[in-house]
Design a protein around this ligand. Structure first.
Ligand code: XIL
Length: 365
């Protein structure tokens, strides 16, 4: 394990990251701050290092940074006991230079798991717990001074049968290597293990597919509420719910049921964060770009007004620009026809789009 001091991190910073931006009032970062809210975006260490315009945009517009890849298990512990914090440290150093905060993402997830973990999890429940505890111990203690909020469990709820991503059977918990190794209590085991390492860390449970007005999303909300209630009834430590908000234009959005859900979460005493906002455009696109952008912006405004109205104070987008978005690159997510998506606040030339205005307006409240 390598521990670096804050000084060491700053020294490792590329010149572009050290250039301080003069505070600008017309940024999402400043608009959110003025309203007592927080705005941030998922960021990539490789692009911070290689693309000065990208780095400058993140420095100016985001107050919170979520590592898009660098905090995942495969990035941090690719081999058992061999940790690599270099990419995550680069993001932490950038954040320090630009007075930003970093969220941790994600301690447990069914993706980005190296093969050795899959093998270890299949061995025995004892081995699974030991592997989890060793990872949490090193990661949380190494990042303790800089990351005060982690997605401890990502995507624990199963998609209902027949949904976009079906699974065998219809257990409300998603069938993951962690679920198979430790049963449905793995979420509680993980939250307790994280709390044992750090008494004041904000523990967040992060989920997707719970935003829209579809029967699948409604069922997923019901399943998630049941899990949250069970955890809190058992005095399991948990501080916040992260709502990914990978919105899809082809699905309807209705503020009323979503607001009801948020209210039910809020009365449990949990904070609510929008953690991964972006918008997937429909299979049939409107003819021109202004019409597409207007539709995306309208959806974002309605969605964020609902979330902020229900007490959410933190909005994070999954990237800032269409040039660097998983919506354009991820198989199964990118449009099969190769048409570029426009689901983030900045376009491929890093210019503001109507979605930027929509976020700004919602953040001002
Ligand atoms: C995605 C990244 O954006 C991709 O670059 C990567 O290949 C796969 O993961 N939900 C999450 C994120 O919690 O970690 C995912 O990020 C997007 C969906």
């Amino acid at each position: 394990m390598r521990r670096r001091t804050a000084l060491g991190l700053a020294a490792a910073l590329p010149a572009c990251a050290r250039a301080q931006q003069a505070p600008r009032p017309d940024t999402l970062r400043a608009i959110a701050r003025a309203a007592g809210r927080g705005f941030g975006a998922a960021v990539r260490a490789d692009l911070l290092a290689s693309d000065p315009a990208y780095a400058a945009l993140f420095a100016a517009e985001a107050e919170l940074l979520t590592p898009e890849w660098e905090g995942k298990w495969l990035a941090l512990q690719p081999e058992e006991g061999k940790f690599d914090f270099s990419a995550l440290n680069a993001i932490i150093a950038f954040a320090q230079a630009n007075r930003q905060r970093v969220r941790g993402h994600a301690l447990l997830w069914q993706e980005a798991i190296p093969p050795w973990v899959a093998t270890a999890l299949a061995e025995s429940p004892e081995r699974a717990r030991a592997v989890m505890e060793a990872h949490f111990s090193t990661v949380l203690n190494t990042t303790r001074a800089h990351i005060r909020d982690w997605d401890v469990v990502n995507e624990p709820i199963a998609n209902p049968a027949g949904a976009d991503v079906p699974q065998a059977g219809d257990n409300p918990m998603r069938d993951t290597p962690w679920f198979r190794a430790l049963g449905p209590d793995y979420v509680e085991i993980a939250l307790r293990a994280a709390r044992a390492q750090d008494a004041t860390l904000r523990l967040t449970l992060n989920e997707y597919g719970i935003e829209e007005a579809t029967p699948d999303a409604e069922e997923k909300r019901t399943r998630l509420l049941a899990l949250l209630r069970r955890l809190l009834d058992r005095n399991c430590p948990l501080d916040a719910l992260g709502i990914q908000a990978h919105l899809q234009m082809r699905k309807p959005f209705d503020p009323a049921p979503f607001a009801r859900f948020l209210e039910q979460v809020r009365v449990m005493g949990l904070a609510i964060l929008i953690t991964e906002l972006d918008v997937r455009e429909p299979d049939t696109l409107a003819a021109d770009i202004p019409a597409r952008d207007a539709a995306v912006a309208e959806r974002v405004k309605l969605f964020l007004d609902t979330a902020i109205g229900a007490g959410c104070r933190t909005v994070i987008t999954w990237g800032l620009t269409d040039r660097n978005s998983w919506l354009g690159s991820e198989p199964g997510v990118a449009r099969p026809d190769g048409v570029a998506t426009r689901g983030l606040p900045f376009d491929e030339a890093l210019q503001r789009k109507p979605m930027w205005q929509a976020i700004a307006s919602a953040l001002r409240g």
